[in-house]
Design a binder for this molecule. Sequence first.
Ligand code: 5GP
Ligand code: ZN
Length: 112
Amino acid sequence: MVCIFCKIINKESPSDVVFEDETVLAFKNINPIAPVHILVIPKRHISSVVDIKIEDTDLMGKLIFVAKKLACDFGVSQTGYKILIRVGKDGGQEIQHIHLHLIGGKKLTSLS
Ligand code: 5GP
Ligand code: ZN
């Protein structure tokens, strides 16, 4: 079964895309917890941080770079934001396709 984020990448499922290039896609979270809540994902399916290989490190760095750029574009660069990656069951990861949450636009206090 193809994962939901791969379907979004392949445009088989709708999403509100805010950034796209050959390796990375970013789209608005369907259930935002803050005024800015964007998911940044690699176009290549990697299930979890657990599965990152040494050759994936440039791609992981690029996800952070894209998040930084989007923080500027969405006006939260100066006020601050949170970048979050959940890993596995205890980390609260629901979708098994690596995604970086970019969350901002309000004061964020909780770490959990
Ligand atoms: P996780 O808990 O795995 O770190 O985060 C998954 C996130 O993906 C959740 O915040 C959820 O709201 C979001 N999400 C799940 N399915 C979809 C979808 O089909 N479209 C969009 N835009 N976001 C989704
Ligand atoms: Zn996938």
